[in-house]
Design a protein around this ligand. Structure first.
Ligand code: ACO
Length: 430
């Protein structure tokens, strides 16, 4: 392996060494930080396809091999043997907890599930048809107006309390958005329940009736949340880091991550997959739809396919596919949309357009079908993703703040393409 890189100006012969920043796995990064100073040159990489924004010890992805590790542990092992709360501890602390550590962490998360009562009245101000992601962005941003007693980002204890509060309150906030959308009374959390059962309770229970948690649904959610808990420097996590790099209030930084997650190219894809399946409607319409997808002028994409990093397969999609079949079987749901999804998958996996571009089903291709089977409405799919990804966001915010070098304000440069210098013209002469 090459151990040294330099950037050469072919005309002048001027050379700048690019020191290597090495990690434990994966390619090293060539440090281009001095290029501007030494060469009066920027590096240009829109979409950051080859650019590392930080060092991180949390999650590792090998897109070619379809590998996803949280703190070194393969995600399939965690999905099969662990729980979301244990994985949250692992992602935050770097090691799997022993029994006492897990019990203490679990108890702390349960203790922080309630939100300030004043926040509940904020929901009343939203329009009746507000998207739950809009409410989530607003309410999480509003947490910054409440819990500022513990937001000193230099204090490890404050960072821990913030992490616990955020992880504990996000299901409560999302469930309240659901209740607002459906015009039902808000259900307070029940801390005797585990994380996912409590979320189901807050979403589906009503004061007028008893509500029994379905353990199949709670388990399915738990696995989905493990698979969505972190994904290194994705768009929303990078947004949290970028906002956090200014030293802003941490709840405001998480709110900016939620806003970034909402887009259909990111967390909004699970909602877009279901809308696409509804639009296709029937297996007989699959081929004409695929023809449209392959026609560059149509602007139509096969939602739930393709990934910036995974160019072989998305390991989360493999687990979710199995989980999807299991849930539908156990809940005795015969969903024609699953048949439709399978047909799309079969055609795409054998089609040159997709094969040559290395486009495979991603995690969101199946997650929407599971959410639908659990009775979760389409506009709550992305909030479910946000609940799980909150663990990753707070872990990255913590990691960044624990390392003073990580606190450098994120401030990219640009290649300016506007007008050159010109003189102001008086309006009478324009
Ligand atoms: N359907 C059809 N064609 C596609 C798709 C798709 N889903 N995805 C990419 N392509 C094509 C592009 O048109 C392009 O073709 P070209 O080389 O002939 O121009 C080629 O594949 C490469 O695509 P890019 O857009 O350059 O790939 P990029 O890495 O920037 O995009 C992305 C990744 C945004 C995920 C893209 O694949 C996409 O839009 N997928 C659908 C949305 C989706 O499922 N998003 C969820 C991502 S996973 C997550 O956030 C949890």
């Amino acid at each position: 392996m090459t151990t040294s890189y330099s950037l050469l100006n072919n005309e002048t012969g001027e050379k700048v060494d690019l020191p290597l920043v090495k990690g434990t796995l994966g390619p090293a990064g060539a440090d281009v930080g001095k290029v501007y100073d030494k060469m009066d040159l920027f590096t240009y990489d829109p979409g950051f396809t080859s650019t590392c924004s930080c060092k991180s010890a949390i999650t590792y992805i090998d897109g070619d091999q379809g590998v996803l590790l949280y703190r070194g542990y393969p995600v399939d092992q965690l999905a099969n043997h662990s729980s979301f709360i244990e994985v949250a501890y692992l992602i935050l602390h770097g090691e799997l907890p022993n029994k006492t550590e897990l019990d203490e962490f679990d108890a702390s998360i349960r203790r922080h599930t309630m939100i300030n009562e004043s926040l509940l009245s904020f929901y009343k101000g939203f329009n009746y048809d507000a998207h739950p992601m809009a409410m989530l962005t607003g309410i999480v941003g509003s947490l910054s107006a409440f819990y500022h007693d513990t937001t000193n980002n230099k204090d490890p204890k404050h960072r821990e309390i913030f992490a616990h509060r955020m992880i504990a309150k996000i299901p409560t906030i999302a469930a309240a958005a659901y209740k607002k959308y459906f015009g039902q009374p808000f259900m307070y959390p029940k801390n005797s329940l585990d994380y996912c059962s409590n979320l189901l309770h807050m979403m589906f229970a009503v004061p007028a009736e008893d509500y029994e948690i379905n353990p199949v649904a709670a388990k399915a959610l738990d696995v989905l949340f493990i698979l969505h808990a972190d994904h290194e420097q994705n768009a929303s996590t990078s947004t949290v880091r970028m906002a956090g790099s200014t030293g802003t209030n941490p709840y405001a930084a998480i709110s900016s991550g939620i806003a970034a997650l909402w887009g259909p190219a990111h967390g909004g894809a699970n909602e877009a997959v279901l809308k696409m399946l509804e639009e296709i409607g029937d297996v007989k319409n699959v081929q004409p739809f695929m023809d449209k997808v392959k026609d560059k002028n149509s602007g139509v994409r096969l939602m739930g396919f393709g990934h910036r990093v995974y160019k072989n397969f998305d390991p989360r999609a493999t687990i979710i596919r199995e989980q999807c079949h299991k849930v539908l079987k156990e809940l005795k749901i015969n969903d024609p949309q699953l048949e439709l999804a399978m047909k799309l998958e079969e055609i795409a996996l054998n089609d040159d357009y997709f094969k040559s571009r290395k486009l495979y089903p991603n995690v969101d291709f199946y997650s929407g079908i599971i959410y639908k089977a659990l009775g979760i409405p389409v506009n709550m799919f992305t909030p479910m993703f946000a609940i799980a990804r909150t663990v990753g966001w707070v872990a990255h915010w913590n990691e960044m703040n624990a390392d003073p070098a990580g606190l450098k304000i994120a401030r990219p440069r640009q290649v300016y393409t506007g007008a050159p210098v010109r003189e102001y013209q008086a309006i009478s002469t324009r």
